[in-house]
Design a protein around this ligand. Structure first.
Ligand code: NAP
Length: 510
C-alpha cells in the first residue's frame, strides 16, 4: 500500500549543506564511459574480477574510521551499528568473490550433439549466464554501506560483469563519496576499464533520465514504494524495456499463535519489541503488523508488549523528512477511531528522535481498512486481534505481498494451523518461524524480495549470492567450436566447475 506521507523531497532529506549536483550533460559522459567499459569488463578474466572485488573490500577496510565518523554524522546511526554494517559489507564482497572463485554460478549446461538422431540430428547446444550491461543502482537511506555504494546491488552487478552507475542517496552524500572513492581506487589498482563504476550525485529528474537512457540495461533500487514504482513506471515507457528490481515497502506480518503465547508471552514480547525498535525501526524488515487470536494469553502478551515498549527510546531518524513522515503517520493512526494505543515509548531530547508506539485493532476493523497495511517506516506496530481461527486465516489471505512473514509457534500450534503456513507461502519471499525478521543473513539461500508491492520483481532477491542473476541473461551457443565458447563451456572445463552435461551434474571435462 502507498503511504502518501512518505513522499519525501530531496530538501526534506538532508537539511544541511547541499552537495553539488551533476548536470545531465556530465552524467551522459559517465553513461557513455560505462557503456564503453562493458565490453572490456565482461571480457576480463574471473581472476581479475575477483582481484577487483577483494581490493574494494581492502580499500573500505583501510578507511573504516573515517567512514564510521562521516556516516554517523550524516545518518545518526550508532557507531557500533555502522561498524557492524561495514563488516557486513566487506563480508558480502568476499562472499561474491568466493562465488566467482568457485565458478559454478554461471549455470553451465551442455547438451551434446547426436548426429545419428532420427529423424533429425541433434545439435550441440551449450548455455550459461552472461552479463546484461551497465546497471543503474539507487542506494538506500537506511543502510549507508550494505545497501549503498558498495552494497549488495553494486557488488552483485560488478560480480556479474556489469559496470555500475550509482545514484547517491541524499541522506549520506559524503559517506557515499568516500566509498565511491574506494571502488574507483580499487578499479585503477586492478586495471579495470575506465568507467566500470561511477557515483552520480544528481537531482531526481536527472536520476530518472539515467533509468531511461538507452545504454542502461537494468535498475536496482531500495527505498519507498513511491520512489521504486516511479522508476519502474519510467522504465516501462522506454522503447526498449529493461528489468527494474525495486525493493520497496513491507510491514512484515508476524502471527503469534496461542500455544506459543501461553508458554512464552514475555520472551516473545521482548524479542518483538527489540526487533521493532532496533535502529529506530528503520528497517525494511521491521515487524509492523502482529496478528493474534483473541484469548486471555493474548491479553497477557499485549499488556507485556505495551509495558516493554514504554521503556524504549529511539535515536534520531535518518533524515528530517523520514522523521516527519513517521510522525505524521503515527498521528494519522492515533486519529483512527478503530485503533487504541497499546503502548508508547519515551521521547529522547535529540531532534528527529522517533517515539515507538504500538496500536491495537480488531480483526474485522483491520479487514475493513486497507490503509492499515501501509508501511509506517519507523518503530510503530499494529496488533490485530482476530476473533477466531477463520478470521485469522482471512487476515493472512488479505495481506499484500511482503518481504517476510513470521510465525511464532510451538509444535502444537504447527499441528493445528497448517493452512496458515500454506497461505503465507503465497505472500512473502522469506518465511520465518520463531525469529525476528530484522537481521537479514547474507548467504547463498537468502531471499530478500517478495510479491508486489514489496518488490517489482517477485522472482529475484536483493540480498545473498542469488542477487547476481538480476544482472545476467542466459545465452545458448549452438554448434559453436570450442575456441569460440566462453571458458566455462569448453570441453576441457579447466576451472573444474560444476556443469550439467546431458542432464547430469559433473565437474568432469568432456
Ligand atoms: P525514497 O524516498 O524512495 O528515495 C530513495 C531514492 O529514490 C533516492 O535516491 C531518491 O532520490 C529516489 N526517488 C524517490 N522518489 C523518486 C521519484 N518519484 N522519482 C525518482 N526518484 C525518486 O526512500 P528513502 O529516502 O530511503 O526513504 C523514504 C522512505 O522509503 C521511508 O520512509 C521508507 O518507507 C522507505 N524505505 C524503504 C526501504 C526498504 O528497504 N524497502 C529502505 C529505506 C526506506 P531523490 O529523493 O534524491 O530524488
Amino acid at each position: 500500500m502507498v503511504n502518501q506521507e512518505l513522499m519525501t523531497t530531496m530538501a526534506d532529506k538532508h537539511e544541511s549543506e547541499s552537495p553539488t549536483l551533476l548536470e545531465w550533460a556530465e552524467v551522459e559522459k559517465y553513461i557513455k564511459r560505462a557503456k564503453d567499459a562493458f565490453e572490456p569488463y565482461r571480457q576480463s578474466s574471473v581472476q581479475q574480477r575477483i582481484g577487483f572485488l577483494r581490493q574494494i573490500a581492502h580499500e573500505i577496510s583501510a578507511i573504516r574510521t573515517d567512514l564510521i565518523e562521516t556516516s554517523h554524522g550524516e545518518t545518526h546511526l550508532p557507531e557500533g551499528r555502522l561498524s557492524g554494517e561495514i563488516d557486513r559489507t566487506i563480508n558480502q564482497i568476499h562472499l561474491f568473490a568466493g562465488v566467482l572463485e568457485e565458478g559454478s554460478w554461471v549455470n553451465a549446461i551442455i547438451d551434446t550433439a547426436d548426429p545419428q538422431r532420427a529423424p533429425v540430428p541433434k545439435p550441440d547446444i551449450r548455455q550459461m549466464q552472461r552479463p546484461l550491461g551497465p546497471v543503474c543502482v539507487y542506494g538506500a537511506s537506511n543502510f549507508p554501506f550494505a545497501f549503498s555504494v558498495a552494497g549488495g546491488d553494486t557488488i552483485s552487478a560488478l560480480s556479474a560483469g556489469c559496470p555500475v552507475l550509482y545514484k547517491v542517496h541524499e541522506g549520506h552524500p559524503q559517506t557515499s563519496l568516500l566509498v565511491g572513492g574506494c571502488i574507483e581506487r580499487a578499479a585503477r589498482q586492478t586495471g579495470m576499464p575506465d568507467g566500470v563504476f561511477a557515483s552520480l550525485m544528481v537531482a531526481r529528474d536527472v536520476g530518472v533520465q539515467v533509468v531511461t537512457h538507452p545504454s542502461v540495461t537494468a535498475v536496482a533500487f531500495t527505498g519507498s514504494f513511491l520512489g521504486g514504482k516511479a522508476l519502474y513506471d519510467a522504465a516501462a515507457k522506454r522503447p526498449v524495456p529493461i528489468p527494474v528490481y525495486a525493493e520497496m515497502g513491507s510491514i512484515n506480518p508476524v502471527f503469534l499463535l496461542p500455544d506459543r503465547l501461553k508458554l512464552h508471552a514475555e520472551a516473545t514480547a521482548a524479542a518483538l519489541v527489540a526487533s521493532n525498535t532496533l535502529g529506530a525501526g528503520q528497517f525494511c524488515t521491521n515487524p509492523g503488523l502482529m496478528v493474534l487470536l483473541q484469548s486471555p494469553d493474548t491479553e497477557h502478551f499485549l499488556s507485556m508488549y505495551g509495558k516493554q515498549l514504554a521503556e524504549q527510546t529511539c535515536h534520531a531518524m535518518l533524515t528530517p523528512g523520514i522523521h516527519r513522515a513517521y510522525s505524521a503517520g503515527v498521528e494519522r493512526l492515533k486519529s483512527m477511531v478503530e485503533l487504541s494505543t497499546l503502548g508508547e515509548g519515551k521521547k529522547m531530547e535529540s531532534a528527529n528522535a522517533a517515539v515507538p508506539v504500538a496500536f491495537r485493532v480488531s480483526g474485522s476493523d483491520f479487514l475493513g481498512n486497507s490503509a492499515l497495511q501501509e508501511e509506517y517506516f519507523g518503530p510503530a506496530s499494529i496488533h490485530v486481534v482476530a476473533e477466531d481461527r477463520a478470521q485469522l486465516l482471512e487476515i493472512a489471505e488479505a495481506l499484500d505481498g511482503q518481504l517476510t512473514c513470521g510465525v511464532w509457534c510451538t509444535d502444537t500450534d504447527i499441528d493445528s494451523f497448517g493452512p496458515l503456513f500454506q497461505r503465507l507461502e503465497q505472500k512473502a519471499g522469506r518465511l520465518i518461524i520463531n525469529g525476528a525478521p530484522t537481521g537479514v543473513e547474507v548467504c547463498h539461500a537468502m531471499v530478500h524480495g517478495g510479491p508486489f508491492p514489496a518488490t517489482t520483481d517477485t522472482r529475484s532477491t536483493s540480498v545473498g549470492t542469488q542477487a547476481i542473476y538480476r544482472f545476467t541473461r542466459p545465452v545458448s551457443y549452438q554448434n559453436y567450436p570450442d575456441r569460440l565458447l566462453p571458458a566455462e563451456l569448453r570441453n576441457g572445463n579447466e576451472a573444474g566447475i560444476w556443469r550439467k552435461v546431458d542432464g547430469e551434474l559433473t565437474r568432469k571435462s568432456r
